[in-house]
Design a protein around this ligand. Structure first.
Ligand SMILES: *Cc1c(COP(=O)(O)O)cnc(C)c1O
Length: 351
């Protein structure tokens, strides 16, 4: 491991020597596994990193960000955490789970931005889990500005004497992004252990924080930002790139202010977005089915399914050589499968 890696481990470690407050939610490194059967089929060395196996609230990528976000909330003596998202937000559910563990009150401001009215979408999946977690859910129409509502609600609670920490969409503040900067270090350490270098690391890009954090970490470790290939699932490529660029540079500023990237450094495609956030595509359905039936692994319909569809399209168009190593980060979101049962019905087209 190089010196930067050691410095980064110390700076971002949750086990002491910690310059930023963190709250431990992960059990340690998540496994990297080789997909033997799918690698054979696709003629590329395909690996997955199991960030779906993080051990709280049914797991998922938001827990890495929440280690830093809840740490910051507790360091400010907050008693309440508020966050925002769509009706089936995985980030909202994991924020509620982390809040339960940390003994914080939690309120979720969710809107119906995804135009689905079926019972599974409205009441199953994350909605069921939020109910079990016992948090307050503000159910707003699709047109509602959740961040504005959250800020107003925070002021209301403050007037009642609460200390409130407001967490942005996807937990993707610069502090939240540090969770994935730390993950970049973790991947470098695992590459050393495995004796492998990944040519590309493939991720979904929603609010952009995971992509931004990984790129910031990669830059700090002396790697190329373009090693992280993201498939946009929320916004088109231009908008996703602008948001991710800003988040990356703000995250870098927290660690090494002299480091900066430019828009062209980001490796990002919106080819598998389809007609918008949370709207199923046939390629997503095929990708979810392929990973399940070939390897026994589940990915979600909103993020992982579209990103994996993007990876499959990249394989199809000859992006990867047979001896190249590609790491796909599995990000969780599995409650979404139960919320999108309709999309997987035989013969169901794009909904
Ligand atoms: C939020 C989320 C992502 C995307 O992460 P961002 O940091 O928002 O880009 C990917 N997969 C799942 C399952 C998520 O919940």
């Amino acid at each position: 491991m190089n010196l930067l890696g050691v410095a980064m481990e110390n700076k971002l470690s949750w086990d002491g020597n910690c310059l930023l407050p963190t709250y431990r939610l992960l059990e340690g490194r998540t496994p990297i596994q080789r997909l033997v059967r799918l690698s054979e089929k696709l003629k590329v060395n395909l690996f997955v990193k199991r960030d779906d196996l993080t051990g709280l609230g049914m797991g998922g990528n938001k827990l890495r960000k929440l280690e830093f976000l809840v740490g910051e909330a507790l360091s400010r003596n907050a008693d309440t955490i508020i966050t925002v998202g769509a009706r089936q937000s995985n980030h909202a559910r994991l924020t509620a789970a982390a809040a339960a563990k940390a003994g914080l009150r939690c309120e979720l401001i969710l809107n119906r931005a995804v135009n689905r009215t079926d019972g599974d979408y409205i009441d199953n999946g994350n909605t069921l889990l939020n109910d079990l977690l016992g948090v307050v859910v503000h159910d707003l129409p699709g047109s509602a500005d959740v961040q504005l509502f959250a800020n107003n609600r925070a002021e209301e609670l403050r007037a009642d004497g609460h200390i409130v920490y407001v967490c942005p969409l996807g937990g993707s503040s610069p502090v939240g992004c540090l969770g994935y900067a730390k993950c970049a270090w973790e991947i470098h350490a695992q590459e050393e252990d495995l004796g492998i270098v990944f040519d590309e690391i493939v991720v979904p890009n929603g609010s952009g924080g995971m992509h931004a954090g990984l790129v910031a970490g990669e830059v700090l470790l002396g790697g190329a930002p373009s090693r992280i290939r993201a498939h946009a699932v929320l916004s088109n490529a231009d908008r996703s790139r602008n948001i991710t660029l800003e988040k990356t540079n703000l995250t870098l500023r927290l660690m090494r202010p002299e480091c900066e990237i430019v828009a062209d450094d980001l490796n990002l495609s919106d080819d598998s977005l389809g007609s918008g956030y949370g709207i199923p595509t046939q390629a997503m359905v095929s990708a979810v089915r392929m990973l399940a039936s070939t390897e026994g692994l589940f990915i979600d319909p909103v993020y992982g399914g579209k990103a994996f569809a993007g990876l499959l399209a990249d394989v199809g168009s000859g992006r990867y050589q047979r001896d190249q190593n590609v790491l796909f980060i599995m990000t969780g979101g599995l409650p979404g499968l139960f919320a999108y049962r309709d999309a997987f019905r035989a013969g169901a087209g794009p909904v």
